[in-house]
Ligand binder design. Structure first.
Ligand SMILES: Cc1cc2nc3c(=O)[nH]c(=O)nc-3n(C[C@H](O)[C@H](O)[C@H](O)COP(=O)(O)OP(=O)(O)OC[C@H]3O[C@@H](n4cnc5c(N)ncnc54)[C@H](O)[C@@H]3O)c2cc1C
Length: 371
């Protein structure tokens, strides 16, 4: 007789939402997490009263009313609006590409002038774009490409834009309004008590075993529950039988500075090729509900370096090219034959998922499973 209805592998957002839903329906769950703390990639650390996003800047944004309503049951969100600044060799530009950016680059004032500039520069590409460079120029022209896309993208992928496939950039949103709000979603913000508290509340009432790797103890753990919800990497689950799915890695360098305010904004992108990191996050700027933090004499920053990835490292961005997609489909076919295992979350689906999509998926799976 199984002791639990569900064994949930992974205490990230997907696992925590599924656990909350199962618990609310009276199901017994055991969550196992190989890391020493819950939260997956939204986990934070508290230092000098500042919440530090341990795995890169996480800004919650959604246009799904159901998801917004749901997360607000477990967290109050502040009014943070993501308005990153691009730093190209000391020249500063607003992001996303909008009228402020166009004014800073060309001195233009009206949308018609900006559209004319972009339109004429786009004509540099007359053929079907053969690589990422041509694709980007065909969408936004040469100036924006050179200053704001080229160096950043080359650092991110570790390859020259002429060697990268065009499909990586399908569209580049261009906004002909003076609007620096990076996301166009209806709702956005940061949990005032931090992401750890959100996860804690979602997992309230559920047994969680940290430092427990399901794959190391699979035979024993699998007998404990009727069904498994697996949110780890799908290729790892099948012992890499068809080969390894590729990821792009990241390295974070976090530092305490004896300064009140280091860069004046939460996210600054470094878009030249020479600066080795892509972004600096200054964490206190996420806490717009606590302006007194700005008067505190210390601040915490994180430099984000793109990195090669190898098995055993944290997997951040899936490389969804044709090879990996085909390989993933083979694993997904195999996964469908595992009748007592539900695969979910970003690693289970080998997709880049924003948090709201992860929540929506977990809610839909829980409903399909239990209602
Ligand atoms: C750099 C970066 C920035 C991001 N910024 C944003 C943002 O601004 N806004 C946004 O909406 N989204 C953002 N995201 C996406 C967000 O991180 C994800 O949507 C979310 O964290 C995914 O949750 P998950 O539960 O699917 O996966 P994860 O958070 O990866 O959780 C999976 C958990 O499973 C555990 N696990 C894996 N295998 C095993 C095993 N064998 N045994 C036990 N445990 C196991 C892992 O340790 C992990 O804790 C960002 C992602 C990255 C990489």
């Amino acid at each position: 007789m199984a002791d639990y209805d569900y064994l949930i592998v992974g205490a990230g957002l997907y696992g925590a939402v599924f656990a909350q839903e199962a618990n609310a329906r009276g199901r017994r769950c055991l969550v196992v997490e190989r890391r020493s703390r819950p939260g997956g990639n939204i986990a934070c650390e508290e230092r000098d009263a500042i919440s530090i996003h341990s795995y890169g800047a996480h800004i919650f944004h959604t246009s799904m009313p159901e998801v917004w309503h749901y997360v607000n049951r477990f967290a109050s969100f502040n009014h943070f609006i993501n308005s990153p600044v691009a730093n190209y060799r000391g020249e500063l530009y607003n992001l996303p590409f909008n009228m402020n950016t166009f004014h800073q680059i060309w001195g233009v004032v009206t949308p018609t002038e900006a559209a004319a500039r972009i339109g004429s520069q786009r004509q540099a590409i007359t053929n079907e774009p053969q690589n990422l460079e041509e694709q980007a120029i065909s969408l936004v022209g040469t100036d924006i490409y050179e200053k704001l896309i080229k160096g950043y993208t080359e650092k991110q992928w570790g390859r020259s834009c002429t060697e990268l496939p065009a499909f990586i950039i399908r569209r580049l949103p261009v906004r002909y309004t003076y609007d620096n709000n990076y996301f166009s979603d209806r709702w956005q913000g940061i949990p005032e008590e931090g992401y750890n508290r959100l996860i804690e509340k979602l997992l309230d009432g559920t047994e969680v075993r940290l430092g427990t790797d399901f794959l190391k103890d699979r035979a024993e753990l699998a007998t404990r529950a009727r069904k498994i919800v697996y949110t780890g990497a799908i290729d790892e689950y099948f012992d890499y039988r068809f080969g390894e799915l590729e990821y792009r890695g990241l390295r974070f360098e976090t530092e305490r500075l004896e300064e009140k305010n280091h860069q004046g904004v939460a996210v600054m992108n470094f878009t030249d090729r020479e600066t080795p990191y892509t972004r600096i996050i200054e964490h206190k700027h996420f806490a717009v509900h606590a302006p007194e933090l700005l008067d505190a004499p210390v601040t915490w920053i994180t430099r984000e370096y793109p990195d090669a990835w190898k098995r055993g490292n944290e997997a951040y961005y899936p490389v969804n090219d044709a090879r990996n997609q085909t390989l993933y489909e083979k694993y997904a076919d195999l996964a469908r034959t595992e009748s007592d295992v539900l695969f979910g979350g970003r690693l289970g689906a080998y997709r880049y998922y924003d948090m709201d999509k992860v929540i929506a998926e977990a809610l839909a799976t829980a409903r399909a499973e239990m209602d």
